[in-house]
Design a protein around this ligand. Structure first.
Ligand code: ADP
Ligand code: MG
Length: 326
């Protein structure tokens, strides 16, 4: 299974940031409210994810490290949702096949914790006693140590850090109720405290997108039929330098979509010239009204009623901007 896992790893695990994405998504799936990320040397030396989620029962630990061992596929109806989020039950096995990985976990029901790791050419999984609070820690050491071509493909530690940091921003903006920390080479460099009120969210926004944007941002909060658009956009009076704060989420997933971009740009067209306006927006709609698995890596989506969605976004933003303009 080692080779098969490594081939699968080529698809799941491109670089440290993609390892972290898979592991943190697992933590969130497990209901964690706090996720601590630790990396060394851009993640190539160490990636460690600690969460306070449900944990994994001892007798499921070994299974979690083997391929296609997802606990998340229970009904055929789930299949849609699972495919779109890339849940294929192979992230842990893949990462384990290209690093020295340990998975340590404890559930509420267990009085002691257990640690699993795969060893040898057959990747036989060993399970040994460990100390750990309720939740899980995944530690991946020496990423790509056994796949030198991939390891050479890694960029500088600083570049890999930037990818990780950018990914963390994306998730922190939309999963604002989660406490995230990031430690880089022994130093805590990000601490996103749980944001449950608008004020707390604006603090997180300030950390991520700068004080200037957070101070003058206009709150969007509009529900219409089964559509909901919420978040923050920049004020029409705000002279913004070129900004990289353009985040649009559909049902919690970041998208880069032409239709969405067009609607947002058009809303700002009479207010902001030159530089692109800043925004962090979340669109929530019936999952049956959108295909999010068009291309997982490109963040594209396909709305079933695309014209309707386009005009909805446009109108909500236009009227918000007009109100400020009065
Ligand atoms: P998938 O997420 O697609 O199910 P993974 O390989 O990412 O597959 O994980 C395999 C299984 O291991 C999951 O289905 C889940 O049951 C368990 N698991 C992984 N990480 C965690 C975690 N942090 N907390 C609880 N369970 C986890
Ligand atoms: Mg997973």
């Amino acid at each position: 299974p080692q080779l098969a896992n490594q081939i699968a790893a080529g698809e799941v695990v491109e670089r440290p940031a993609s390892v972290i994405k898979e592991l943190v998504e697992n933590s969130l799936d497990a209901g964690a409210t706090r996720v601590d990320i630790e990396i060394e040397k851009g993640g190539s030396k160490l990636i460690k994810i600690h969460d306070n989620g449900s944990g994994i029962p001892k007798d499921e630990l070994a299974l979690a490290l083997s391929r296609h061992a997802t606990s998340k596929l229970s009904t055929l109806d789930d299949l849609d949702a699972i495919l779109s989020f890339g849940f294929r039950g192979e992230a842990l096995a893949s990462i384990s096949s290209v690093s020295r990985l340990t998975l340590t976990s404890r559930t509420e029901e267990q009085s002691e914790a257990w640690q699993a790791y795969a060893e040898g050419s057959d990747m036989a999984v060993k399970v040994i006693p460990a100390a750990h609070p309720v939740g899980s820690t995944v530690e991946a050491v020496d990423l790509f140590f056994n796949t030198p071509a991939r390891r050479r493909f890694l960029k500088s530690d600083k570049t890999e850090f930037t990818h990780i940091d950018e990914w963390l921003k994306r998730i922190a903006l939309v999963r604002s109720e989660i406490h995230f920390t990031l430690k880089n080479n022994g130093k805590t460099v990000r601490n996103y405290r749980p944001a449950k009120t608008s004020d707390q969210y604006l603090q997180r926004l300030a950390q991520i997108s700068g004080k200037k944007f957070a101070q003058q941002a206009i709150e969007i909060n509009c529900e219409h039929d089964d559509l909901k658009l919420s978040g923050y956009i920049q004020s029409p009076y705000f002279e913004s330098p070129a900004s990289d704060t353009q985040y649009f989420y559909v049902n919690g997933r970041l998208v880069r979509d032409r239709l969405v971009n067009h609607a947002v740009r058009q809303a700002f067209a009479e207010h902001v010239t030159g530089a692109q306006a800043s925004y962090v927006l979340m669109l929530d709609l019936d999952p049956h009204q959108v295909d999010v698995n068009v291309h997982p890596a490109k963040h594209e989506v396909r709305f079933h009623q695309s014209r309707y969605i386009h005009d909805y976004i446009l109108q909500v933003l236009q009227s918000a901007l007009a109100q400020v303009g009065q």
